[in-house]
Write a protein that binds this ligand. Structure first.
Ligand code: DI6
Ligand code: FE
Length: 401
């Protein structure tokens, strides 16, 4: 059989991530047309392609483009000074009570205009892209007024026009209580539900809605109201759940059909079971665990045993995870959380796509999916997880280009 294709990568080793495993193909080819994968598999079983353009890979490995499915990439300022304070003994809570923490990033973000938010986010985005990231999720959550949250989301959308990358945006209006609502958290939730969610949806600025369900964030009843408003607006939901304590947020999220529940250090068995039933992805964020010197591990064995799909993401944010390397995130997932190499690789491809509701489009080298690829100068897949601070990316392809 002869078949035309625009682009053909030959002499490649593939990690297709199709199905359940890594999908290793030792002598592979990958064909694409119109930005979509036509074929990815053994050269011996491939049709004979008439390609407009052939790229020889000399045995390099091709994986799906990496997906960072949980970031707060758009924000102004940094918290390096608070890091210094923590090094001399102050706690995250003390710093927050003294007007630092999320509120200090909120002030800087409110003061910044949209263009400044874009300019300051670009170096972080470039760092991720340099390691083969082709899709990124970006949350709002440092504006905490209607206008400032929409401004953050517009900045996130603009990043997608500045660079060759797909951006999935999430409204996280319920990230923290802004000082002007200090004694009226339900009043703030009214603002999120009655204004932020409907406006963001109408303007096409949000692909999902998130809530920080935590003692220092919002309670279960408030999270439930956010989910209800998101449903009315036709937006999928996710949750920052059980990071510092167990509020049974993941169960609420799973029962609401959430795409993912994220962090999960304090998740219990009932939460695991609810997530397994609902097919909610567990998005693990080892960068925050590391940077906060947390020592309460998420229940990895229970998640694995229950078959809950696990994703890994940077959680890139100025306060608890100033991390812009998805490769290092995989290393932390393995070293700190004891994920296997195969689990780490699925966690930044197939399962990360699912955490964004984009599994039909992304996350594996299946025919029909977007031709988003990372081509690596490595001898074996484990090298992508094993090294720390080394980038073996040879080429990055987004939508076939
Ligand atoms: N959980 C976190 O760890 C971050 N946000 C969240 O919901 C904290 C963000 C910050 O400190 O700026
Ligand atoms: Fe986060």
């Amino acid at each position: 059989m002869r078949m035309h294709c625009e682009k053909l990568w030959t002499d490649a080793r593939l990690l297709t991530l199709a199905g359940d495993g890594l999908g290793i193909v030792e002598k592979g080819v990958l064909a694409a047309t119109g930005g979509r994968i036509l074929y990815a598999g053994p050269a011996s079983e491939a049709p004979t392609f008439d390609a407009d353009h052939v790229v020889r890979c000399d045995g390099r490995w091709i994986t799906p483009g990496l997906i960072d499915c949980h970031t707060h990439l758009v924000h102004a300022g940094d918290r390096a000074h608070e890091f210094e304070l923590r090094l001399s003994g102050a706690s995250y809570e003390e710093i927050a009570r003294a007007g630092g923490g999320i509120v200090s990033s909120m002030k800087a973000t409110r003061e910044a205009d949209e263009a400044t938010l874009v300019t300051t986010a670009l170096p972080r985005l470039d760092a991720l892209m340099a390691e083969g990231v082709t899709t990124i999720e970006i949350k709002s959550g440092y504006g905490l007024t209607l206008d400032d949250e929409l401004k953050m989301l517009r900045a996130a959308r603009r990043l997608a026009r500045e660079r060759h990358i797909r951006v999935s945006t999430t409204l996280l209006g319920a990230h923290a209580l802004p000082p002007e609502y200090a004694s009226d958290s339900d009043g703030y939730i009214d603002l999120v539900c009655d204004q932020m969610i409907p406006r963001a949806a109408e303007q096409g600025l949000a692909d999902a809605v998130d809530v920080f369900c935590e003692g220092i964030g919002f309670n279960l009843a408030q999270a439930a109201r956010i989910f209800e408003a998101a449903k009315v607006a036709g937006l999928p939901v996710k949750m920052h759940a059980e990071q510092l304590s167990n509020l049974n947020g993941a169960q609420l999220a799973a029962d609401a059909g959430a795409l993912s529940a994220d962090h999960l250090e304090h998740l219990d068995d009932a939460g695991v079971a609810a997530m397994a039933r609902a097919g909610t992805v567990a998005t693990l964020l080892p960068g925050a665990y590391y940077f906060m010197r947390d020592n309460h591990l998420p229940p990895i064995d229970a998640l694995r045993a229950a078959g809950v799909p696990m994703a890994l993401a940077t959680d890139c944010n100025p306060g608890t995870s100033p991390l812009t390397s998805l490769l290092l995130t995989m290393n932390m997932g393995a070293t700190l959380f004891r994920l296997t190499v195969a689990e780490c690789l699925a966690a930044v491809t197939r399962n990360a796509a699912r955490a964004l509701g984009l599994e039909a489009e992304l996350g594996s080298l299946d025919p029909g999916k977007s031709c988003d690829l990372a081509i690596w100068d490595i001898e074996r897949p484990a090298e992508l997880v094993y090294r720390m601070g080394f980038n073996p990316l040879h080429a990055r392809i987004w939508k076939g280009l």
